[in-house]
Design a protein around this ligand. Structure first.
Ligand code: KG4
Ligand code: ZN
Length: 336
């Protein structure tokens, strides 16, 4: 039995979680979205400074919810990258201090491995070989996962991440930051074929993505409109943007499953909350006889439970990290 306490401060979420043998006992999150909203994006200096006062109350809330004391924790973990350096440093420094104070090991965890394995948190049978699609605000990638720590990159975005494609086009429509969920909401009932928008790299023959062309096309389309889009036209436009992003994500995920022969498809990251993506993936997986594993909604956007889950797997395998280990804003998940 091992109890892990993990901190996640890679971007604009301060999060603390506790797992016992990989089972989530507590997962506390404090979001900074409201803080960054006036700027239309995350301001790194503000993000790092506001993590600090959040951590202690979150640690206390997590231990209280789990019914444990810090002295019961077997190892302390923190996200070491990728992310904002100054934000990563906060969680890392606190986790290392807790490890030192309680004479327990420290584990540095890759944020992307957290997302990648999040569909398996609490799943009977644990982590199984799969094709993994990570779609978040900062990343869009397809990986072949043959087991914990055995990952091969199949494809990634060449420019914007899928979340950025949602957020940047939503911003052009005047929707509040982050725009992805608002665009999703507005797309309900809209006609996804009403506007002809580009499907970046759909026929590229590889598993790479590109969303910057969509951004430009949306801008041109908006400039053509005699007046701001409202009502049904706005719903149609949102549905068309969503379909342009979702169709490429689904097509390439299926192609990745075919290329690897894997039958399990694990989808994670904030964009996996998108209702259009969930529906299309479910239909495509059913049609192709694939076992679709979506991360639980609470584990899609940044959280510490996914970090604790990975730390638990690595700790069980006898791995720990030195206290001298540094954070890395560009920490790769797969060696180049
Ligand atoms: O995983 P996450 O917290 O980001 C990173 O770790 O980078 O996901 C945040 C992203 C944002 O871009 C947000 O707009 C997007 O996920 N998102 C959505 C939806 N919910 C969150 N995008 C489209 N539809 C949604 N329902
Ligand atoms: Zn993330």
């Amino acid at each position: 039995m091992s109890i892990i306490l993990a901190l996640e401060t890679s971007c604009d979420e301060t999060a603390v979680a506790i797992t016992r043998d990989g089972e989530v006992l507590a997962s506390e999150i404090s979001s900074q979205i409201a803080l960054h909203r006036p700027y239309g994006g995350v301001v790194p200096e503000l993000a790092s400074r506001s993590h600090l006062p959040q951590i202690r109350p979150l640690v206390e809330a997590a231990t209280a919810r789990a019914g444990l004391r810090l002295a019961d924790v077997d190892a302390f973990a923190a996200t070491a990258g990728p992310g904002l350096a100054s934000s990563l440093l906060i969680g890392n420094t606190v986790a290392k201090a807790l490890a030192l104070a309680h004479r327990r090991p420290f584990l540095a965890i890759n944020h992307l491995e957290g997302h990648l394995l999040s569909p398996f948190v609490g799943a009977p049978g644990g982590v199984v070989p799969c094709v993994a699609l990570i779609v978040s605000g900062g990343h869009t990638m397809l990986l072949h996962c043959r087991g914990v720590g055995d990952y091969r990159l199949l494809g990634r975005t060449r420019d914007d991440a899928a979340g950025e494609a949602f957020d940047k086009t939503a911003k052009m429509l005047g929707l509040p930051y982050p725009g992805g969920p608002h665009l999703d909401q507005l797309a309900h009932g809209g006609d996804p074929t009403a506007f002809d928008l580009p499907r970046g790299m759909l026929h590229s023959g590889d598993l790479s993505f590109s969303f910057s062309g969509l951004k430009t096309a949306v801008l041109y389309e908006l400039e053509k409109q005699p007046q701001p889009l409202t009502g049904t036209r706005l719903a149609d436009f949102c549905a068309s943007i969503q379909a342009a992003i979702v169709s490429v994500l689904v097509a390439k995920t299926l192609a990745a499953a075919r290329a690897t022969g894997e039958k399990v498809v694990a989808v994670s990251g904030g964009v996996s909350l998108n209702s259009g993506l969930r529906a299309s993936l479910a239909a495509a997986a059913a049609g192709a006889g694939l076992d679709l594993r979506l991360a639980a909604p609470a584990l899609t956007t940044d959280n510490a439970a996914m970090i604790a889950f990975v730390a638990a797997l690595r700790f069980a395998a006898g791995q720990t990290s030195p206290l001298e280990s540094d954070v890395d804003p560009n920490l790769p998940l797969v060696a180049a």
